[in-house]
Design a protein around this ligand. Structure first.
Ligand code: ACO
Length: 279
């Protein structure tokens, strides 16, 4: 397909067994993020966020790339030619869907199948979990073409990597493979390309067994408390739990009952049976 791919074709979404497989779909451009793709991704994320048949979202890429970062031609050069208004508009579209993904209603998994560069670190960090192919390649290549890792990429590097690795990664412009990315904490695990989808499906299926209200409360809490003092976190967590009870007061009661009274499961070894909880 030519570079003239229509906006609606830049992202693909398939829902299967409660997992939404969302794919960057510009393989001929290594899935780099153009304004069209950014707009389409926001639309797709909004459309499926509250669907009852979606419990987990997986973000992956079509072809050899996860995402080669921002589209240097359409995101940078074309918008810069139009002036500051267009630049800010394009930034807002990109950062907007990454922010939506960071605070998404459903748990999210980045399945990094190939190249992941620069701006790609925004959605990578926005996903709650990340699994990579061992031969995937990660790079803060900004330094190689003369800019600093903007668009949140420097923040992502310092959030996920220790200071020495963040500095080396950003200054040297060398790529690391999936195995090193896992060792450095950029992703949870690296597995052979051939078993990547199987491993991600396994993880998604485990998440699907959990209480969805507790999942949302937990993922938000992890991101929020990272920036709080201990005392502020303690207070926030009391309130977060109490507000989660407002949305689901039966789930935790069923969880306690099935363990203490019915002895049908052990929370230390797995999840309670959601199908047996009262509404
Ligand atoms: N922006 C614009 N076009 C891109 C980008 C990008 N980020 N990445 C790839 N493309 C285009 C290429 O220009 C090429 O287009 P063409 O077919 O019209 O010539 C097409 O995608 C295929 O790219 P190739 O380079 O031929 O693919 P190859 O598999 O050999 O290499 C690689 C893949 C290593 C990812 C290479 O394309 C590359 O270095 N891309 C840029 C990566 C990068 O530095 N991204 C920016 C990070 S900084 C930021 O996001 C702010």
């Amino acid at each position: 397909m030519s570079a003239e791919r229509k906006e609606e074709d830049t992202v693909v979404c398939e829902i299967e067994n409660q997992i939404a497989w969302v794919r960057f779909n510009r393989p001929e451009k290594r899935n780099c993020m153009s304004p069209k793709l950014n707009r389409r991704m926001m639309r797709v994320l909004k459309d499926i966020e509250f669907r009852e048949d979606v419990g987990v979202l997986v973000l992956t890429g079509e072809g050899t790339a996860w995402s080669a970062g921002m589209d240097l031609k359409e995101y940078f050069r074309a918008t810069e030619a139009q002036g500051l208004g267009a630049i800010r508009e394009a930034q807002g579209e990109a950062y907007g869907w990454w922010r939506k993904l960071r605070w998404y209603q459903k748990p999210t998994i980045a399945m990094v199948n190939g190249w992941c560069f620069g701006g790609g670190y925004g959605p990578l960090h926005a996903c709650d979990l990340a699994f990579a192919a061992e031969d995937a390649q990660f790079g803060l290549s900004e330094i190689n073409w003369g800019i600093l890792p903007g668009g949140g990429a420097t923040k992502v590097a310092t959030n996920l990597l220790n200071m020495r690795n963040a500095m080396y990664h950003a200054l040297m412009g060398e790529n690391i493979d999936g195995k090193t990315a896992a060792k450095w904490g950029l992703v949870n695990e690296a597995v052979p390309q051939a078993s990547l989808k199987k491993r991600v499906t396994e993880v998604a299926d485990t998440l699907l067994e959990k209480n969805p209200v507790a999942l949302k409360a937990t993922k938000d809490a992890i991101r929020r408390v990272m920036e709080m003092t201990y005392d502020n976190a303690e207070d926030f967590l009391i309130r977060a739990q109490e507000s989660a009870n407002f949305f689901d007061n039966q789930g935790r009661k069923a969880g306690i009952k099935q363990f203490i009274d019915e002895k049908t499961y052990k929370p230390g070894l797995g999840a309670y049976d959601k199908s047996k909880q009262a509404d």
